[in-house]
Design a protein around this ligand. Structure first.
Ligand code: NAD
Length: 343
């Protein structure tokens, strides 16, 4: 065993895939989640893939006593990967205080516990939303952070600042902020994947549910953007590739020789921009399944186009996105077919 890693939001979409990769890499994972946006059965999927069921706590990161208990019952947690957060942009506009409380307080509680227990570092889930609409594409980590368009986006920016300020004030741990582009797809086994509760907020689960006949039609928000086919462009990153970036980041934190700066930031994307219409076409081609869709008006707050320059992560972390878009979309469909059958 390489060491104990505490994963918050461990039964969530990215947390569950990262747990699998951490276990595969030889780490002991302690998983915690308040199950506000995930299901305990995810642990069965993790166990089926890895043969190991991670120790799990149903607990809230804002509950200081519960967090203290987890650290005390598991002495020697060397690293923390902090996924736990509320993440629906639209809901954050309706319920800003819920988002500020959940996403800001949880990080503070976890950092204070790390300090008390001598945890060496944290990998934090940030987002390309911090760049807004970048002037230069592909966007690098040096691009300016722009005013957030939603309370959710703002929590990511403030979280990044909390980490920066804590580290520069001499906190006894290191931090790596990973700015994800658009995570999609599922584990190749189809035993875990994205399992949104209620109506999906993200494109891919909405798309696969439409393809499965659960939703009638997929809305494409705008075809009059300044892009080749008029629809928005994003950088879709395979969730297993993304999960592997976390393992590399935690290894970097734990290896004294590797991370010389106590705070680092990396874009985690493919470096390729794909339009919404191109994504739908590719899905239809690789799965042979039609996705009924219609063009509707632009959605407020949508960025026109963004994709990553992943060079920093490629060169410094030694990480790169490996999965093709075709295989990633196939994995999303295999997962959808499995959960549709189960329902
Ligand atoms: P998710 O909702 O599937 O996972 C988050 C998990 O955290 C859920 O299981 C939820 O129940 C749990 N949680 C929320 N608040 C909690 C709390 N206070 N205490 C304990 N558990 C709590 O989301 P995801 O897509 O896996 O995202 C993980 C992280 O990555 C989030 O921080 C999100 O903001 C960030 N992120 C996601 C995307 C994306 O498109 N999926 C993009 C950029 C950044």
């Amino acid at each position: 065993m390489k060491g104990k890693i505490l994963v918050t939001g461990g039964t969530g979409y990215i947390g569950s895939h990262t747990t699998v990769e951490l276990i595969n890499a030889g780490y002991e994972v302690i998983s915690m989640d308040n199950l506000s946006n995930s299901n305990i059965e995810v642990l069965d999927g993790i166990e089926a893939i890895t043969g190991i069921r991670p120790k799990f706590y149903e607990a809230d990161c804002n509950d200081e006593a519960a967090v203290e208990r987890i650290f005390s019952e598991n002495p020697g947690i060397v690293g923390l990967i902090h996924f736990a957060a509320s993440k629906a942009v639209g809901e954050s506009v309706q319920k800003p205080l819920l988002y500020y409380r959940n996403n800001l307080l949880s990080l503070i509680v976890m950092l204070e516990a790390m300090e008390r227990h001598g945890t060496k570092g944290i990998v934090f889930s940030s987002s390309c939303t911090v760049y807004g609409q970048p002037e230069v594409l592909p966007v690098t980590e040096n691009a300016p952070v722009q005013e957030a368009l939603s309370p959710y986006g703002n929590t990511k920016q403030i979280n990044e600042e909390i980490l920066r300020d804590a580290i520069y004030a001499g906190a006894p741990y290191k931090a790596i902020r990973l700015r994800y582009f658009n995570p999609i797809g599922a584990h190749s086994s189809a035993l875990i994947g994205e399992l949104p509760l209620g109506v999906p907020q993200n494109l891919i689960p909405y798309l696969t549910q439409t393809a499965a006949g659960i939703r009638q039609e997929l809305s494409v928000f705008g075809d009059d953007y300044n892009t080749p086919d008029g629809s928005c462009i994003r950088d879709y990153i395979n969730v297993v590739d993304l999960a592997k970036a976390h393992v590399i980041a935690i290894e970097r934190i734990l290896d004294e020789d590797k991370q010389s700066e106590p705070l680092e930031t990396f874009n985690i994307g493919t470096g390729r921009g794909v339009s919404v219409l191109e994504l739908i076409n590719t899905f239809e081609q690789v799965t042979g399944v039609k996705v009924p869709h219609k063009i509707v008006g632009r959605r407020e707050g949508d960025i026109e186009q963004v994709w990553a320059n992943p060079k920093h992560a490629n060169e410094v972390l030694g990480w790169e996105a490996k999965e093709t878009l075709a295989d990633t979309l196939k994995s999303a469909w295999a997962w959808q077919e499995r959960i549709t059958k189960k329902a």
